[in-house]
Design a protein around this ligand. Structure first.
Ligand code: MLC
Ligand code: AMP
Length: 496
């Protein structure tokens, strides 16, 4: 039996999840995932790594489907509830799945996909019907999950992790941050990325703790949950802390005092997925009395570096390798750099993913000949701690904690009538980390930014839509004809 599920047996009567105002025990979760597994198997003995995509909002049912897929021997592929149909279709086709498990709210939305691709939509309710079929034994080396992440190619790549990888990603955090069964956490993050899936939900369930879902981030509801005193932990991206600070600042004096007092009682608050600006850390400390623990991670590796749970949390730094993680910083000749010199992070360890789905060339390129994963992140080791300095590619944007490929947006924008050429960049922004800017060139007309945004909404998820537009007669290029994006960023008009 998969260890996460095996451990759940010993927590049977404890609360595992709080979802849509209802409490569910570990036994409820085990029972529901047994039903999902049995119904997915539908008479077969093992799904044998069939990819099962599922479009289910963060909820008890989401977790039951994920566990059910695992228990039946399938690969879980969570789809994003915020994605428009073309983004869903891309994942469905790339994984070569023939089923999508859909929550009732999404069945009509998916109908055109069923028509076009012949894929079967399985209503969630069908999978939850009682089924006591016996389930296969799943070895740790088998593939368990595919998460889609953007990179330096236009289209997102499927990051494949095995059960062993997932277990390692969980265990290292449970140990470093001292998760315990008395813990209670609120999940406000999307469940198609590691931050929500592993750091929040799976660590809680591994530990016998409880995880409460808020289907979508809402500053007031998060503060209410914190003020209720029922949480011990909270984890989020820097943009969320920024938004929580804005909410606190706009509250009355009495409300501010109450929120500050109750938040100081949490045992740990963590920030990650993007650089935590030092002013945000400091403001949060002044509001709550807590120093945010900043850590560094990536879809391909789970978490790699972390500030200390007990010990120093240095602002602007990401700490040291987590248990089981080997990290090095190298120069362009792949030689380890000295303390104080910038280098690229490379990582080894049991949490590192197995492969990019059906992309052997990309997988090969992602590792050095001696087996280190090349992260693309630049950092430095100084005075006993690591610091992130940036990325090696200007084409990767981090906005609101989401990783976004500039090339993917450019490819879509070029299909807009009247746009002859374009360049997409990440512009520094206090709230979002980076905000997406698009520079467009048209030989025929003035491009209406609002009309472009509206058109993009049907083709890209909201967080990939540029917020700033400029139109130029041509794009700045170097002698080799490559667009000089750093120059474009530097010269971006201040009033835009
Ligand atoms: C939304 N808006 C943006 C935006 N996203 N504006 C600029 N840039 C963006 N990226 C705008 C919308 O258009 C809208 O404006 C308003 O903000 C509210 O939109 P929303 O969709 O309701 O946003 P909100 O729910 O507030 O989303 C913010 C967020 C979300 C921070 C909660 O972005 C989020 O969940 N981020 C987390 C992503 C994540 O989990 N990353 C982890 C990846 S794993 P208007 O004008 O239309 O109202 C990873 C590894 C690791 O990175 O280390 O963890
Ligand atoms: P993703 O591909 O969505 O998993 O995003 C991973 C990327 O997020 C990493 O490669 C980093 O660039 C970035 N990231 C994660 N945590 C941090 C952090 N604490 N500081 C700076 N960047 C981070």
């Amino acid at each position: 039996m998969i260890e996460l599920l095996n451990r759940a047996v010993s927590f049977a009567e404890r609360t595992a999840l709080v979802s849509n105002g209802k409490r569910y025990t570990y036994q409820n979760l085990l029972d529901a995932s047994q039903n999902v597994a049995g119904n997915l198997l539908n008479g077969a003995t093992d799904l044998n790594e069939a990819r099962i995509t599922f479009l289910v909002p963060p909820s008890f049912e989401y977790t039951a489907v994920q566990w059910g897929i695992w228990a039946a021997g399938g690969i879980a592929v969570p789809l994003c509830v915020l994605h428009p149909l073309p983004s869903i279709q891309y994942v469905v086709e790339d994984t070569r799945t023939n089923v999508v498990v859909a929550h009732t709210d999404f069945i009509d939305f998916l109908k055109p996909l069923e028509k076009e691709t012949g894929i079967a939509i399985i209503p969630l309710s069908e999978l939850l019907k009682k089924n006591t079929a016996s389930l296969p034994d799943i070895s740790l080396e088998r593939r368990a999950m595919i998460l889609y992440t953007s990179g330096t190619t236009s289209k997102p790549k499927g990051v494949v992790t095995t059960h062993a990888n997932i277990e390692a990603q969980i265990v290292t955090l449970v140990s470093a941050w001292e998760w315990r069964k008395e813990d209670a956490i609120l999940n406000i993050l999307p469940l198609h990325h590691v931050h929500g899936i592993i750091n929040v939900m799976s660590c809680a369930l591994w530990s016998g703790a409880s995880c409460e879902f808020l289907p979508k981030f809402d500053a007031k509801q998060v503060w209410d949950a914190i003020a209720s005193g029922r949480l011990t932990l909270f984890m989020a991206v820097p943009t969320i802390y920024y938004k929580l600070i804005s909410f606190w600042e706009s509250a009355s004096r009495e409300a501010r005092e109450r929120l500050s007092k109750t938040s100081s009682e949490l045992r740990l608050m963590v920030s990650g997925s993007a650089a935590l600006p030092v002013p945000v850390l400091e403001k949060w400390r002044s509001i709550t009395g807590l120093t945010l623990l900043e850590r560094y991670g990536m879809t391909e590796i789970g978490m790699g570096l972390s500030n200390a749970y007990s010990g120093e949390r240095r602002p602007g730094h990401v700490g040291l390798p987590l248990p089981g993680v080997k990290m090095r910083l190298v120069n362009s000749d792949n030689k380890t750099v000295k303390e104080g010199e910038p280098g690229e992070f490379q990582i080894q360890g049991p949490s590192v993913f197995q492969e990019y789905w059906k992309k052997p060339e990309a997988t090969k390129k992602a590792f050095t000949d001696d087996g280190w994963f090349i992260t693309g992140d630049i950092g430095m080791y100084h005075n006993g701690m690591y610091k992130i300095l940036g990325r090696d590619s200007v084409d990767i944007i981090k906005s609101g904690g989401y990783k976004i490929s500039a090339l993917e947006i450019e490819d879509v924008l070029r299909k807009y009538e009247g746009i002859a050429d374009c360049a997409v960049v990440g512009l520094p922004d206090e709230e979002w980390g980076e905000i997406i800017g698009a520079c467009v060139v048209s030989n025929t007309k003035t491009i209406d930014a609002e009309a472009v945004k509206h058109w993009l909404k049907e083709r890209l998820p909201g967080y990939k839509i540029p917020r700033k537009f400029v139109q130029r007669p041509s794009l700045p290029r170097n002698v080799l004809g490559k667009v000089t994006k750093n120059e474009l960023k530097k010269n971006w008009p201040n009033d835009n």
